[in-house]
Ligand binder design. Structure first.
Ligand code: ATP
Length: 680
């Protein structure tokens, strides 16, 4: 997020080259050609281009996933000597197939590292001027060897890649951009957040990054990202994860959970290197081709956009290391994803569907997965994803839970999901930062009573009163409604876009990008944008339609007020939403928000209707307050020892809350309900 502007600029330049911006679109001919041939999926943007088809790469392509795209005559004639020399323990990053062919000019530098990559550089540059991968070329990158940029693990040591200022600026942004992105973040506020870790032998949290004893390259990359203080979830997860313990971590939206799982995994990976058995297997098979990719870490997340975002974050922290991050998700060209996987895949970020596809095609093996992360774990284990997760985790070749380390993260962990999650964990620590499923006090929550037929006009009132600064994200329940509302706003001359599951992946990416860059400062979205997306400067979330599950509400409003910043969430409430009213009022109270008087009346009148958390998820043992959130405690499980840390209930927050400041909505009209008793 910190290098948002740099990324945006970079992306805009690429987009301009692709004919995706309006200026370019004015030239119809160019646009047509460019759009047809040069689409670059987001996870490949800002990356160095794939190595041009040198002899070595041609070799890879004739022996991999059955998609033989290169004529055999490109295959280099191998010297018998070369095959023998493959047993070399030198491992330049993951670019192993270049190394395997040692043609004329091969020599080693004083670290025992092949110089051939450097020798081939000139050839590559020449080649890249005539050839592209998907039509893209970046001269700055072609001037840097890929091998030099990436680190490697050699002779039991982590050898860092060379610094690359251009890549650094792309990944992290300029120092000014990083500083401005951090302005306004008040991490001291986090000290008041109640934290609780339950389970056996819970390690102490760290206090600072420096004290954590992190691998020095990881520490450097964290500094480059502009992170100076760990967030509470990071303070705990670094030691819990670092002690190789399984963890179920529940922390408020926007509180740094991505770093919470990346830091301990990368710290261990950077210090320990790749598993020797995997390296031996890679070497032994390299004589007949590179076969399946064998990541050591797998991060699963529910949406394409979130998956892409986690991958971008992992690129920062893996910079110059031996760990090659990689991403696969649906809707994007599978061919280029397969090529990326074959270029190196140590840490894989994936959506479940595309991963299953890749496994079935024989592209990826999970047999060396030491670290498994389920981000948005409650979503991943609910009815929609559970079968795929079980297939990936239990039905393939992944090590079982006693052998691997499993980390689960979310802002919400309903009891039924916690129970299900036990199947994937061993002796885990339950970490809760803030109240389970609670919302951040940085978000001012307003609930307005608005009948269906009034929603359009109330929305217009709000948008007209909005300041020019900041982005507004509007949630609706259906894809159709997203289109209708976006068209309506467009007709009303509001620059808006929409994102939902019926749009193509390319349309989704374009919508997200034009929202991020404020070309369209309003975006209408379905639940597809509800979880995990980290878009800076979203100052207002509007629930045009409230969700039927209170946990979804928590994630949606969490798109604002992130990383210590403040934001506003306005929700339109009417009788269609009465099933979540109790959960909603609980949440408002927990986050020290004002509860409109009329909402309390609705709660009383809906006693016995639905459940407090909505959609059949009772709070069960949670209702008793902070101490009963790990479901094992609510069962009275004596096997776990509790550690309560800061238990402050937090102050009132510094943000000035005023209800109904827009002058719309307000208390519901009193009218007879169906049962004749009152308005609900
Ligand atoms: N230690 C830190 N210092 C400064 N900024 C941080 C730190 N950790 C994370 N951030 C920033 O905070 C923002 C939110 O982080 P992240 O997306 O990981 O939150 P999250 O808890 O996963 O949110 P969600 O529940 O919505 O998925 C990001 O922009 C990230 O760069």
């Amino acid at each position: 997020m910190k290098n948002q502007n740099a990324q945006t600029k970079d992306l805009n330049q690429q987009m301009a080259g692709l004919g995706l911006n309006p200026k370019h679109e004015s030239n119809a001919n160019q646009t047509q050609t460019a759009q047809k041939s040069t689409y670059i999926p987001p996870h490949l943007r800002g990356q160095p281009p794939a190595a041009p088809v040198t002899h070595e790469i041609a070799m890879e392509r004739t022996t991999s996933w059955g998609g033989n795209t290169q004529p055999r005559e490109f295959k280099p004639k191998q010297q018998p000597d070369d095959l023998e020399n493959r047993s070399s323990q030198l491992r330049p990053g993951n670019y192993q197939n270049q190394r395997d062919y040692r043609g004329p000019g091969y020599r080693q530098n004083d670290r025992g590292y092949s110089q051939q990559g450097r020798d081939n550089r000139d050839n590559r540059e020449n080649f890249s001027r005539t050839t592209t991968w998907g039509g893209r070329r970046d001269d700055k990158f072609t001037k840097t060897t890929r091998n030099a940029m990436y680190g490697m693990w050699a002779n039991g040591k982590h050898i860092y890649g060379e610094k690359n200022p251009h890549l650094e600026a792309t990944l992290f942004g300029t120092p000014e951009e990083i500083e401005s992105a951090n302005t306004g973040i008040n991490f001291q506020k986090y000290d008041d957040i109640p934290v609780e870790a339950t389970g056996s032998d819970v390690p102490e949290p760290i206090v600072s990054f420096t004290e954590a004893g992190l691998d020095s390259l990881l520490a450097q990359n964290i500094t480059l990202s502009g992170y100076s203080i760990p967030t509470p979830v990071q303070k705990w997860s670094i030691t819990i994860g670092g002690a190789s313990r399984d963890m179920m971590a529940c922390a408020q939206t926007g509180s740094g959970k991505t770093g919470g799982f990346l830091f301990p995994i990368l710290d261990l990976a950077f210090k320990q290197g790749p598993p020797k058995v995997r390296e031996d297997e890679k070497q032994s098979r390299s004589s007949y081709g590179h076969g399946k990719a064998m990541p050591i870490a797998l991060i699963l997340s529910p949406t394409r956009e979130l998956t892409s975002q986690i991958y971008e974050e992992s690129r920062k922290f893996c910079y110059r290391s031996w760990v090659r991050p990689c991403v696969v998700y649906g809707g994007a060209d599978i061919g280029s994803q397969i090529s990326q996987v074959h270029r190196g895949c140590d840490l894989l970020v994936a959506t479940p569907g595309r991963l299953v596809d890749m496994i079935e095609r024989g592209i990826i093996s999970l047999k060396y997965v030491n670290f498994l992360v389920l981000d948005e774990a409650d979503r991943m284990l609910d009815m929609g994803f559970e079968p795929q997760i079980r297939k990936i985790v239990e039905g393939e070749d992944m090590p079982d839970s006693t052998t691997r380390q499993t980390l689960m993260f979310s802002a919400t962990f309903p009891k039924d999901i916690q129970i299900l999650a036990r199947d994937f964990l061993k002796d885990y620590i339950f970490l809760s930062v803030g109240r389970v499923g609670s919302t951040s006090e940085n978000i001012t929550q307003k609930i307005e009573y608005v009948e269906e037929e009034d929603k359009h006009s109330v929305l217009l009132d709000i948008l007209k009163s909005e300041s020019a600064e900041g982005l507004t994200l509007i949630f609706v329940e259906t894809k159709r409604m997203a289109d209708i509302l976006a068209s309506f706003l467009y007709e009303q001359r509001f620059k808006s876009t929409s994102i939902h599951g019926d749009r193509t992946q390319r349309e989704r990416e374009r919508a997200l990008e034009s929202f991020r860059t404020a070309r369209t400062p309003i975006m209408v979205a379905t639940a597809v944008a509800a979880r995990g997306l980290d878009i800076p400067n979203v100052t207002h979330v509007i629930n045009y339609d409230l969700p039927s599950d209170i946990d979804d509400y928590v994630h949606r409003i969490g798109r604002t007020g992130r990383a210590g910043n403040v934001g506003i969430a306005t929700s339109f409430f009417n009788r269609a939403n009465r099933n979540i009213v109790r959960g909603l009022v609980d949440l408002l109270k927990e986050a020290n928000q004002e509860v409109p008087g009329w909402l309390n009346i609705v709660v009383r009148e809906t006693q016995g209707f639905g459940t407090s958390r909505g959609r059949g998820r009772g709070r069960g043992g949670y209702g008793g307050g902070h101490g009963s959130r790990d479901f094992r405690d609510s069962r009275g499980n004596s096997g776990s020892s509790n550690r309560n840390t800061s238990r402050s209930q937090g102050g009132g927050g510094s943000f000035n809350r005023s209800n109904n400041s827009h002058g719309y909505g307000g208390a519901p009209p009193i009218y007879e309900a169906d049962n004749g008793s009152s308005w609900f």
